[in-house]
Design a binder for this molecule. Structure first.
Ligand code: VGL
Ligand code: ZN
Length: 210
């Protein structure tokens, strides 16, 4: 039997306009998340959210490397790491879910990026794939079959969450109009979508569900 899950990626203040790592038009996806939660209650068995949840000393932050600027690359424990502005620090306003998101509909939240030594774009694993957030195990434990993903940012946390989700053998759907990307380099968003399609991720629109 099918068991559909709605997975909301990083709908946090720091990723919407005005935030520390604002994704262009990131706020536009909140309406879509709200209407899916309100109008597709019988379609989704559960609604799960992720939160980027960094300690202040996280090594993905440029300020934690003397002489380095945002956007520069470093080697972080053997993995290439782009340096970000300080964002989503645990228990700060920037890390909170966007206040206009109807978060009372969310059944469970998984945190990621808590280890200062490794970044975690995926909601399932750290970037070194050594530590799980527990999300995959949880989805398995409730016998979820189909995971519908939306959120921020298409070319980082959404992409890596969707790729891990498909790798874990869940049928994975990307709700495209419910995502916005950073597009640091031209075509990053477009290439991310192509990469996801190549891994058998189904690209859909919220109107296919609503
Ligand atoms: C994200 C960069 C750094 C994201 C999180 O949510 O896409 N991007 N941390
Ligand atoms: Zn982050």
């Amino acid at each position: 039997m099918k068991k559909n899950i709605l997975l909301l990626i990083d709908l946090q203040n720091d990723f919407i306009p005005g935030g520390a790592l604002a994704v262009p038009q990131g706020d536009e996806v909140i309406t879509i998340a709200n209407s899916l939660m309100k109008n597709s209650k019988s379609f989704f068995a559960e609604i799960i959210a992720t939160q980027d949840w960094h300690p202040q000393n996280h090594k993905s932050f440029a300020v934690n490397h003397t002489g380095k600027d945002v956007g520069e690359f470093i080697q972080l424990n053997g993995i290439e790491q782009i340096l970000w502005p300080t964002h989503c620090v645990q228990n700060t306003l920037g890390a909170q879910l966007v206040s206009s998101l109807n978060s009372h509909n969310i059944n469970r939240i998984f945190h990621k990026g808590q280890n200062p030594e490794v970044d975690s774009y995926s909601g399932f694993f750290d970037n070194d794939h050594k530590t799980s957030t527990g999300l995959g195990e949880y989805l398995r434990s409730i016998s979820a079959t189909d995971i519908y993903i939306l959120g921020l940012a298409t070319d980082y946390c959404v992409k890596f969450s969707a790729l891990d989700c498909a790798k874990l053998n869940f049928t994975t759907h990307l709700i495209l109009d419910g995502c916005r990307g950073i597009n640091l380099k031209e075509n990053d968003i477009e290439n991310s979508i192509l990469e996801m399609q190549k891994q058998k991720i189904n690209i859909c629109q919220s109107s296919d569900i609503l």
